[in-house]
Design a binder for this molecule. Structure first.
Ligand code: ATP
Length: 338
């Protein structure tokens, strides 16, 4: 288990990490998710030993204090955004480079390389120069080069950002396969909520040098702990609790100041146990399988809804600025801290 205890980092006069506390279990795939500049990369670099943390910070790995341990002795693999491969070497030579530095026997090097090349599906590319490989293949070489060293932890810093959307998805699938087949603890940094929701055993949401929430993707999506997480992941209608009570003319049981309702929990067709409301249709946008509409209520509240199926036909026949009856699923309200 990897444990961060009161980890802080100050650059000049700005404290970019504020007493981070985190426990990560061995063998899981975690993502650090958050907007640009919130401290994800700095945390990763501190775990890898590439950056010092402030005094008082502590990092434990399987109970051992590694806070001041040299980076090269931590058994951590790091894959960067730009892959940092050696361009004058072949894929195979890149992959075995670290093993040769470690002076392993020829047999051991060949065995380890064959294993990882198989898992990474690089057999037919292993003798190509780096420049002859696609972005996705280069990325697999970069991951293989780290994994062949049998790291305790694999760290990946926005490794897919140079890939197009389709390739990204298939690369994410192969990363998940490789990670599961080797059971290596992995931390993947991204600012893309879709990537995080797709691959993670658990997501750690960063905001402004703090951890806002840690949990499985379903947990974070269904039970965001505060307005930041509710807004950053998925789409949400966040209002003051009192405003929602004004809209539905009913008290809500939450103690939090804000209440959210995800856009997909507003529908045009009545659903069991839903709550009927009326609004004015202010906007409609069709995105193929679903449509996004804006409804104005009581002249002061705007709610955004994602509708699908027959609701799209219904809305298609309603003029803008007309009244529409719609339904909200009150069981889906989320109480949110500020
Ligand atoms: N070497 C440095 N010197 C001074 N400030 C730094 C340094 N490295 C990072 N920072 C600052 O620390 C803050 C956190 O940076 P960090 O790179 O960890 O964010 P991030 O969440 O990974 O962002 P991104 O997604 O853009 O990479 C930022 O405000 C950044 O400007």
């Amino acid at each position: 288990m990897l444990e961060l205890i009161n980890v802080s980092k100050t650059f000049g006069s700005s404290k970019v990490l504020k007493d981070i506390n985190l426990q990560l279990e061995n063998g899981k795939l975690y993502t650090f998710l958050g907007p640009s500049g919130c401290g994800k990369t700095t945390t990763l670099r501190i775990i890898a030993g590439l950056e010092n943390s402030d005094k008082g910070s502590q990092i434990l790995f399987n109970g051992e204090d590694i806070t001041n341990k040299e980076s090269s002795k931590r058994g951590i693999g790091f894959v960067f955004q730009n892959y940092a491969l050696f361009p004058h070497l072949t894929a195979y030579e890149n992959i075995i480079y670290g093993l040769k530095v470690q002076k392993l026997s020829k047999e051991e090097i060949a065995k380890r390389a064959d294993d990882i090349i198989g898992i990474s599906r690089l057999d037919e590319h292993k003798h190509k120069q780096i420049g002859q490989l696609s972005g996705g293949q280069q990325q697999r070489v970069a991951i293989a080069r780290s994994l062949v060293l049998h790291p305790n932890i694999l760290l990946l810093d926005e490794p897919m950002s140079n890939l197009d959307a389709e390739l990204k998805e298939s690369m994410l699938e192969s990363l998940m396969d490789i990670q599961k087949s080797l059971d290596v603890t992995t931390i993947y940094v991204t600012h893309d909520q879709k990537e995080a929701l797709l691959i993670s055993d658990e997501i750690i949401v960063f905001n402004d040098g703090n951890i806002s929430q840690k949990g499985t993707n379903l947990d974070i999506y269904r039970n965001p702990s505060n307005t930041f997480v509710a807004n950053f992941i998925g789409d949400n209608n966040i209002l003051l609790k009192s405003e929602w009570e004004d809209i539905i003319k009913q008290k809500l049981p939450f103690t939090e100041k804000f209440v959210g309702l995800r856009n997909e929990h507003i529908a045009i067709k009545e659903k069991p146990s839903s709550h009927k409301l009326q609004g004015i249709l202010k906007r409609k946008r069709l995105y193929g399988p679903y449509a996004s509409i804006m409804l104005e209520i009581a002249g002061k509240y705007n709610l955004e809804a994602f509708i699908s199926g027959d609701d799209i036909e219904t809305i298609g026949n309603i003029e803008l600025d007309s009244f529409v009856d719609f339904y909200i699923d009150a069981s889906k309200f989320q109480g949110l801290r500020d």
